[in-house]
Ligand binder design. Structure first.
Ligand SMILES: [Zn+2]
Ligand SMILES: [Zn+2]
Length: 176
């Protein structure tokens, strides 16, 4: 079943039941922002929202990961979120993953390394980054409303805005 979050780029949706057609955008990434496709859960209208890349990512010339202590200040928030994300993923792995010893060791080692790197950062700076993220998400989530008052969604099964059928074809015309 077609959902926006597993399509991509720009394309058109065609209803196989009533022949309704509309060009839609499902996902485009450019200039540090994403444009995402959404559909209203109530009236079926297609729409888009722009998500900013809140924190800039540092790309080192060597391609190696740069430790947070070596990063220019403006790249630190992204690194902090990256480390926190890694810890979260590894903790899920430790919890649910295959209990193979070598994997476990790798996960715990990564958690250790991330925590060590984070320990170089003051609790205030980390809290500030997390607060800015929360504020952004709150602000963004508040925009997920259609003009009709219904909620808009990017991971539901798409349906025809005209006859509400799920029997849709998606044709990509531009891949981002
Ligand atoms: Zn609506
Ligand atoms: Zn239809």
């Amino acid at each position: 079943m077609a959902k926006f979050h597993n399509l991509g780029g720009r394309g058109s949706i065609a209803c196989k039941d009533c022949n309704y057609r509309e060009s839609v955008l499902s996902f485009i990434h450019q200039d540090g922002r994403c444009i995402l496709g959404y559909q209203c859960e109530v009236c079926g209208k297609f729409t888009t929202r722009v998500r900013l890349q809140l924190f800039e990512e540092y790309y080192s010339p060597s391609g190696d990961d740069e430790k947070i202590s070596d990063l220019p200040e403006k790249y630190r928030p992204h690194r902090i979120e990256h480390l926190q994300g890694l810890i979260k993923i590894c903790l899920i792995g430790v919890d649910k993953g295959p209990p193979t010893r070598s994997w476990m060791r790798k996960w715990w080692k990564t958690i250790d390394e991330c925590n060590q790197e984070l320990s170089l950062i003051s609790a205030d700076e980390i809290r500030d980054v997390n607060n800015r993220r929360e504020a952004y998400e709150r602000e963004f989530n508040a925009t997920l409303i259609c003009e009709c008052g219904g909620g808009i969604n990017c991971d539901q099964n798409l349906f025809c805005p005209s006859c509400r059928s799920n029997n849709l074809a998606y044709k990509i015309s531009f891949i981002s």
